[in-house]
Design a protein around this ligand. Structure first.
Ligand SMILES: *[C@@H]1O[C@H](CO)[C@@H](O)[C@H](O)[C@H]1NC(C)=O
Ligand SMILES: *[C@@H]1O[C@H](CO)[C@@H](O)[C@H](O)[C@H]1NC(C)=O
Ligand SMILES: *[C@@H]1O[C@H](CO)[C@@H](O)[C@H](O)[C@H]1NC(C)=O
Ligand SMILES: *[C@@H]1O[C@H](CO)[C@@H](O)[C@H](O)[C@H]1NC(C)=O
Length: 127
């Protein structure tokens, strides 16, 4: 026997499935890969070069926008005017960036944009 709550959950799951399968192909092909480096505990020095890496294993066959953009964020605020890398293929899985001359801090994050943005965990930039 289903009580009211399980019945509610069941109906809710059904409606989620219905909504997801109703989304057109073009939207399902949106690809936002997770950043794998830098990660929590990473320390970068100003002026160094590093590979930002991400996981491309979930890439759909047809990607809506395969050009990537990497920007730096501090305290959750993206510095969209000074991207660290742009116009690379999101399927590369990595792109080399130069650590910019910013105020040292431990609340930096890398944001990888494909169709939309994905934040890395916070990491540290030192002099
Ligand atoms: C980035 O990764 C590539 C491939 O693994 C490597 O050849 C290159 O030296 C790396 N660059 C830096 C700055 O770590
Ligand atoms: C990918 O795009 C091609 C050409 O537009 C199309 O023929 C193919 O069916 C698409 N594949 C998927 C999995 O959407
Ligand atoms: C990173 O730091 C910012 C501001 O300090 C905070 O809002 C955000 O939640 C942190 N992100 C993670 C993934 O911990
Ligand atoms: C971006 O890369 C593509 C292919 O590598 C190139 O054709 C295009 O000119 C580049 N665009 C910019 C704005 O650099």
């Amino acid at each position: 026997m289903m009580n009211t709550f399980t019945k509610f959950i069941f109906l809710f799951m059904l409606s989620v499935v219905a909504v997801v399968s109703a989304i057109p192909i073009s939207i399902r092909d949106v690809f936002v890969p997770p950043v794998t480096y830098p990660h929590y505990g990473t320390v970068w020095k100003i002026g160094q070069h590093h590979n930002v890496t991400w996981d491309t294993s979930g890439a759909p066959v047809n990607i809506t926008n395969k050009f990537g953009l990497v920007v730096l964020a501090k305290g959750g605020l993206e510095d969209i005017d000074h991207p660290l890398a742009s116009n690379f293929s999101i399927l590369d899985g990595r792109v080399v960036v130069k650590v910019p001359d910013v105020t040292p801090g431990n609340d930096y994050a890398i944001v990888l944009f494909g169709d939309s943005g994905n934040f890395s965990p916070n990491f540290t930039i030192t002099k």
